[in-house]
Design a binder for this molecule. Structure first.
Ligand code: FPP
Length: 247
């Protein structure tokens, strides 16, 4: 299906799924409905990413700052994530999707951590799309944890301070082994990274789209990828839309 030598298709796409609350408010609905509709968009985009031949898709599901939201909303988001893993894990596994979780794992509630670990364990040998779920994730927290780990290795005499290179830092981040994102998309018109993949975004193309996350469907995803293809390279390769059209 997808031609891996096609440089117009990003290898790694990361998405800040923003605007669930505003989507709901614009319709006079409770915020929960926006998150619920947001999960449907997640399903559609994960499937499309696999079809297009994207190798890594990272979704910002819950930030370390999201705990500050009202308790009812936090519970709702947790419930949706748990339901997603419970209901969709078998399908994702069947579709050869490998799941990776990034973010702080310590102190996670006992009802969520085992599910996340199970999703990773079940799918670890899969070879199609890698779906990276950023949960309880904050980039500065991730970098701090990496620095502490490196500091401990230096203190133990295992490595010299001179051994600290970008590659060594990469290897201590939650994203170790995952290539940097080629493209970072944020929905809802906000134009900032909000503590998402700050280190990894050094050379990423950034595309901000005005639509709220629940409205982000396959077509919009394709349009956004077209924008990336046009912006970055014009080597005459295939575009994501023409791959899907079987051209
Ligand atoms: C931003 O909308 C969205 C979130 C904080 C959470 C995104 C989570 C999901 C789509 C569901 C669970 C995820 C997976 C991977 C199944 P917002 O509430 O900040 O919207 P607003 O800025 O309009 O208020």
């Amino acid at each position: 299906m997808a031609d891996p030598s096609n440089t117009n298709v990003p290898r790694h796409v990361a998405i800040i799924m923003d605007g669930n609350g505003r989507w709901a408010r614009a319709r006079g609905l409770p915020r929960t409905m926006g998150h619920k509709k947001g999960v449907e968009a997640v399903r559609e985009v994960v499937r499309a990413a696999g079809d297009i031949g994207i190798s890594y898709l990272t979704l910002f599901a819950f930030s370390s700052e999201n705990w500050r939201r009202p308790e009812a909303e936090v519970t709702d988001l947790m419930g949706l994530l748990k339901a997603f893993i419970r209901r969709d894990l078998a399908d994702l596994h069947r579709e050869n999707v490998r799941i990776r979780i990034i973010g702080e794992r310590e102190n996670l509630r006992s009802d969520i951590l085992p599910l996340l670990l199970e999703a990773e364990e079940t799918t670890k040998a899969n070879t199609a799309l890698t779906l990276v779920i950023a949960f309880n994730y904050g980039s500065r927290d991730e970098i701090s944890r990496a620095m502490r780990a490196i500091g401990r290795r230096i203190a133990a005499g295992e490595i010299a301070p001179e051994a600290v290179t970008p590659e060594l830092i990469d290897a201590h981040l939650d994203t170790a082994g995952i290539p940097d994102p080629d493209l970072i998309i944020r929905t809802s018109g906000e134009e900032r990274l909000s503590n998402f993949l700050l280190w990894q975004a050094a050379y990423s193309e950034l595309v901000f789209v005005p639509e709220y996350w629940p409205d982000f469907d396959r077509d919009l995803f394709l349009k956004t990828l077209e924008k990336f293809a046009g912006r970055e390279r014009r080597f005459g390769g295939l575009t994501p839309a023409s791959i899907l059209a079987g051209e």
